[in-house]
Design a protein around this ligand. Structure first.
Ligand SMILES: NC(=O)c1ccc[n+]([C@@H]2O[C@H](COP(=O)([O-])OP(=O)(O)OC[C@H]3O[C@@H](n4cnc5c(N)ncnc54)[C@H](OP(=O)(O)O)[C@@H]3O)[C@@H](O)[C@H]2O)c1
Length: 234
């Protein structure tokens, strides 16, 4: 008997790397819950992937809004009964060339709200049940900007948020239980609204390691930080 398809939820998936992750996961036969904070753009993105042949369902989700996370958790429970794969992809990058010593604290707050507390909320909503069921894959889309070993100045709010997301990855990996694999990934510099048109990588290249981590076998790693399917320094 064929194995049941895995069920995956991706945040910030109406455009960019998140949309491509949904496309690739659907292409591998997973049932994909494409989430976005804008219902019109999210539903349109899900329809696009549906026309390409994917099993893709839209669910509205603003990761900064506890009520929205609760509603998404209830939607998943009612429509799918479980979640196997969580991709924390949605993020903002608001402070490109502003010094951390000057950037308004409201900007730091807003960045942490999306890039750190968002993934934390989603982990709290889904990881405990993954552990109880004995299967889970969590991929936190981080960045080389969050790599402490190479960290310099610039985009400090974003850098702090991604370094903290890496720490969250380690802690949740340790607490989730052996059956739930929790990893962070740097997709590289990718041509999206965030990466800009001059970035060297396509969204397909940016999504590759995310999808690999989302579909790891039981023998795969947990608590690591990866680029191009290889471990990288924290
Ligand atoms: N592009 C790069 O070069 C690069 C490099 C390193 C890491 N990354 C990481 O890769 C991931 C995807 O980046 P990208 O380049 O695809 O960015 P993007 O094109 O700017 O897309 C970001 C996505 O996040 C969503 N988002 C923002 N705030 C949200 C919220 N409160 N709740 C839910 N979703 C929210 C956006 O939704 P809206 O459309 O509603 O704004 C959008 O769908 C991010 O984690 C980013 O930090 C990207």
């Amino acid at each position: 008997m064929a194995a049941e398809p895995k069920i995956a939820l991706v945040t910030g998936a109406n455009r960019g790397i998140g949309l491509e992750v949904c496309r690739q996961l659907a292409g591998l036969g997973l049932r994909v819950i494409l989430t976005a904070r804008d219902p019109r753009r999210g539903a349109e993105a899900a329809r696009l992937l549906g026309r390409e042949g994917g099993d893709v369902t839209f669910c509205p989700l603003d990761v900064t809004d506890p009520a929205s996370v609760d509603a998404a958790q209830a939607f998943v429970a009612q429509q799918f009964g479980r979640l196997d794969v969580l991709v924390n992809n949605g993020a903002i990058y608001p402070d490109d060339s502003v010094s951390l010593l000057d950037v308004p604290l409201a900007t730091v707050d807003e960045t942490l709200a999306v890039n750190l507390y968002g993934p934390l909320r989603l982990c709290r909503a889904f990881v405990p049940e993954m552990g109880r069921r004995g299967y889970g894959r969590v991929v936190n889309v981080s960045s080389s900007s969050g790599q402490l070993s190479t960290m310099g100045g610039g985009a400090g709010a974003y850098a702090i948020s991604k370094a903290a997301l890496n720490a969250l990855t380690r802690v949740v990996a340790a607490e989730a239980g052996r059956s739930v694999k929790v990893n962070a990934v740097d997709p590289g510099w990718v041509r999206t609204d965030m990466g800009g048109p001059g970035a060297p990588r396509s969204v397909a290249q940016g999504a590759d390691t995310i999808v690999w981590l989302a579909t790891l076998p039981d023998s795969g790693p947990s608590g690591g930080f990866f680029r191009d399917r290889r471990p990288m320094d924290w």
